[in-house]
Design a protein around this ligand. Structure first.
Ligand code: KIV
Ligand code: ZN
Length: 391
């Protein structure tokens, strides 16, 4: 069965950049945008042009630079926002305006102090207005995660009639459970007239750690675009991590969903974003964390040395990591010590390994990690008792 394509909509430069301390200047944004295009994302959300002159310039320069991906600018359902976004995008090969409005009861009541009817009117008007400038108009129903499905379906149907090409269903507050979010997407597929002519998009936040799971649930239920950021950066607990959704779809081919991302560039792209944005990544972060391919307990190390797949479901080379790391700690066994010693040139006999291991444990109990320099020291001591062969 031929697999369906999932479009990757990257919002590192918009939702990702909203994080305090992540602000980038235009030059830095251009470097990241060029890399995202090379990585193979389908859409780059370059910014929110009305928000500041700096953001306008960044979106404009990105629109001029990017060759393959569509370039998108965010707006509220406000004419001035839309005009400014259209202006910023005018040099793009594939311009997209991303406009929308809150649809949950709390947004309607507290943010807009309006009626549902009024929200639908503003939504339709925004899409119609954006269509004067570009063909590709994505509509977001902010807080769709907490919006009643029947009302959400009504909003979607109306904006499709107005010409929306993509429907973004954000779980803005990261509230939904995967089954609930998947059911929401299915409900829209089953109940919205004209839905077969548009792309449904997942935009999930990570407040409960479910952004990636929810996005995958959305895709399994019919969404064909996922909005995400490199390293999962974004408001509060962040957005869906690009590298996670891409690798989940790659590692589970029976889902019949694939992306055009060159996965071998994932690690390098992650490093580039963390350095430029000054936003470190937790060591245990899936796919791109420092420990994602590091093994430190004796049982795991022994298994990985015998066969990598015993404890690794991803080949590190597939995401651009050179090789798995065997980290030496007080929990490591003889197999790991022999493996690391061999890597730096020592071929140990069984008796030599027993001797070396005793000294190794003394080092390991004193310090968090035993590094190559320590191994040389250990080998010097073993060498005094019996000559070690050079590997
Ligand atoms: O989380 C959200 O709802 C958003 C929209 C503006 C798309 O970022
Ligand atoms: Zn968001």
């Amino acid at each position: 069965m031929q697999s369906d394509k999932i479009q990757i909509f990257d919002t590192t430069l918009r939702d990702g950049e909203q994080v305090p301390g992540c602000k980038l200047d235009t030059q830095q944004k251009l470097v990241i945008a060029e890399r995202l295009d090379f990585l193979g994302v389908d859409v780059i959300e370059a910014g929110f042009p009305v928000s500041s002159p700096g953001d306008f310039t960044s979106v404009q320069e990105i629109a001029k630079l990017v060759k393959n991906a569509a370039v998108c600018g965010l707006t509220r359902a406000i004419k001035k926002d839309i005009e400014i976004a259209a202006d910023a995008l005018k040099f793009a090969n594939k311009p997209r305006i991303h406009t929308g409005i809150g649809t949950s009861d709390s947004h309607i009541q507290y943010k807009f102090n309006a009626s549902k009817k009024e929200v639908i009117r503003r939504a339709k008007e925004a899409v119609l207005y954006a269509k004067n400038f570009v063909d590709d108009v994505e509509f977001y129903a902010e807080d769709a995660g907490r919006t009643d499905n029947a009302f959400l379906a009504k909003v979607c149907e109306e904006v499709i009639k107005s010409g929306a090409t993509v429907l973004n269903i954000p779980d803005t507050t990261g509230y939904c459970l995967p089954e609930e979010y998947g059911t929401k997407i299915k409900y829209l597929k089953d109940n919205v007239k004209g839905i077969e002519n548009v792309i449904i998009s997942c935009h999930c936040h990570n407040d409960l750690g479910l952004a990636t799971a929810n996005s995958i649930a959305g895709a399994v239920n019919g969404a064909r675009q996922i909005e995400c950021t490199v390293n999962g950066i974004g408001e509060r607990a962040g957005n869906t991590a690009l590298e996670e959704v891409v690798m989940i779809l790659k590692q589970h081919p029976y889902l019949n969903l694939q992306t055009d991302i060159n996965t071998k560039l994932l690690y390098d792209t992650s490093m580039m974003v963390r350095e430029r944005m000054g936003m470190p990544v937790q060591p245990n972060k899936a796919i791109v964390g420092a420990n994602a391919f590091a093994h430190s307990s004796g049982i795991h190390q022994d298994g990985v040395i015998k066969n990598r797949e015993t404890y690794e479901i991803i080949n590190p080379a597939d995401v651009g990591v050179i090789e798995s790391a065997i980290v030496l700690t007080a929990r490591s066994g003889r197999a790991a010590l022999a493996y690391r010693a061999k890597k730096i040139g020592y071929e140990l006999t069984k008796i030599q390994l027993d001797t070396a291991y005793k000294t190794f444990l003394q080092f390991a109990d004193r310090q968090k990690e035993v590094i190559d320099e320590d191994i040389h020291q250990i080998m010097k001591q073993v060498n005094k008792i019996s000559k070690i062969a050079i590997a």
